[in-house]
Design a protein around this ligand. Structure first.
Ligand SMILES: [Mg+2]
Length: 191
């Protein structure tokens, strides 16, 4: 089977990583409890800055956000290896900007993810992910972002949401809370 994965905040804990960087850069000490309750994908509100300032902060911090020590969600690397070892295909579909695509691929490989060059897609808009997912005829796709998940409601691909504070209103989409548990249950289901 073909499994597609978003990267940021699906396989790796990017927002939380950025949250710590923002605290440092803005010389603030906003608590992690605040982070855990942010109801939007964007994190700048917690620091009392405007949408424009938040956008500017995000874009000017991309280098650090993307390529420093962003933590990977527990079990994610091993879960994807479990899939490839079982003969399944693993695809990555990230809306990271085009100019960051190849470096992101290399970064993912350095972190130990199983990455096949021809199965790594980047640089599309959120709403364009749907086209790639359909073209690839993915059996499963997992993402964290409500706007992406909403476009996939009528897709034949089985869609899962990576559990996050800002997507809990999507109650009718099955959730990935833990990667090890998810892969175990999927493989059991398809035995
Ligand atoms: Mg994401």
């Amino acid at each position: 089977m073909k499994f597609g994965f978003d990267i940021d905040d699906t396989l790796i804990n990017l927002r939380e990583h950025a949250f710590h960087l923002y605290n440092k850069k803005l010389k603030q000490t906003v608590g992690i409890d605040v982070f855990q309750n942010i109801s939007s994908v964007e994190i700048h509100e917690a620091f009392g800055i405007s949408d424009d300032e938040g956008k500017e902060m995000w874009n000017s911090s991309l280098e650090e956000i993307y390529y420093t020590s962003c933590p990977i969600f527990p079990g994610a690397v091993e879960a994807l290896h479990t899939l490839t070892r079982a003969g399944h295909e693993v695809y990555y579909i990230t809306a990271r900007p085009k100019e960051h695509g190849e470096r992101t691929k290399a970064w993912m490989q350095q972190q130990g993810f199983p990455v096949d060059d021809s199965r790594f897609f980047y640089g599309m808009q959120d709403e364009e992910k749907l086209d790639i997912i359909n073209q690839l005829e993915l059996d499963y796709y997992i993402d964290d972002k409500p706007v992406v998940l909403e476009t996939l409601r009528n897709s034949t691909t089985k869609v899962y949401v990576k559990d996050q504070s800002y997507n809990r209103h999507l109650q009718d989409i099955p959730r990935v809370v833990d990667w090890t548990t998810f892969v175990k249950s999927i493989l059991n289901k398809n035995k």
